[in-house]
Design a protein around this ligand. Structure first.
Ligand code: ADP
Ligand code: MG
Length: 238
């Protein structure tokens, strides 16, 4: 425990000293916890993609981000690494820590993919509890599992159902909200669900929003939920 506290304090200092304007090129050049380093290494991730290089230093420092980069550019790790790291440094991981991060995906299939990546990089020693809330199980089963989760990967309709129907669903300690494929979430008609979800969440959280395109609608969404966001856009080389 004492050893952990020392490690976390050192990590906090290194994260505070990051200079987001610098071009970091590898995961190993970033101040990450040992379990995350090991998880990334085991999955053979070493060089950062462009969106990861731009988003990670800011996201690790707690900034809100509105990121746009085409499909296949590596957006998943651009938000999962900060989710793991920021919860770890805030000591919001563990059985009694409560729900620290909510990751919203437009479809069940994409949510499952995100969850698999989280398992892959998290398996080397992080003790977080993560789960999927995408329907397909009874509300009661999901509700019991939710009570133990530190990180939930979910679809908008289903998580809203829990927020509005489960009195004991406690989101007071939520540190991070991630919207993946935000443009698709809006295209699929989830904007009202999203507004309703945001009403339930603590306002002093970090929000990371990623999409394949930077549409005006996504800008509208940002107005609802982001604090002084950093706009990051990665274009294809001409
Ligand atoms: P997006 O969400 O932007 O469409 P993904 O996060 O799904 O992209 O990543 C696309 C592919 O690139 C995946 O197969 C993923 O494993 C791989 N990938 C992501 N980041 C890296 C990296 N830093 N190094 C090597 N491969 C990566
Ligand atoms: Mg993606």
């Amino acid at each position: 425990r004492k050893r952990d506290d020392v490690d976390i304090a050192a990590l906090q200092a290194s994260v505070a000293a990051l200079t987001p304007s610098e071009s970091y090129t590898t995961f190993s050049s970033l101040p990450l916890s040992e379990p995350t380093r090991e998880g990334l290494k085991a999955a053979h991730f070493s060089t950062l993609t462009d969106i990861q290089a731009k988003a990670l230093p800011l996201a690790l420092q707690g900034r809100d981000i509105l990121g746009a980069a085409k499909t296949g550019s590596g957006k998943t790790l651009a938000f999962l690494v900060p989710v793991l790291e920021n919860l770890y440094r805030a000591q919001c991981i563990g059985s009694d820590a409560g729900l620290g991060a909510m990751i919203i995906s437009p479809t069940r299939e994409l949510a499952i993919q995100i969850f698999e990546v989280l398992r892959t990089i998290g398996r080397k020693g992080h003790l977080f509890a993560a789960g999927l809330v995408i329907g397909g199980k009874s509300l009661k089963e999901e509700r019991d599992a939710l009570a133990r989760m530190n990180i939930v990967v979910c679809t908008p309709g289903r998580i809203l159902q829990h927020l509005s129907q489960t009195a004991a669903f406690n989101v007071e300690n939520l540190q991070m909200l991630v919207l993946d494929e935000a443009d698709r979430i809006l295209d699929m008609g989830f904007s009202r669900d999203l507004d309703a979800i945001i009403e339930y969440l603590p306002p002093d959280r970090q929000t990371l929003l990623f999409s394949a395109t930077q549409t005006k609608k996504v800008g509208d969404l940002a107005r609802l939920s982001l604090r002084d966001p950093e706009y990051i856009s990665v274009h294809e080389a001409a």
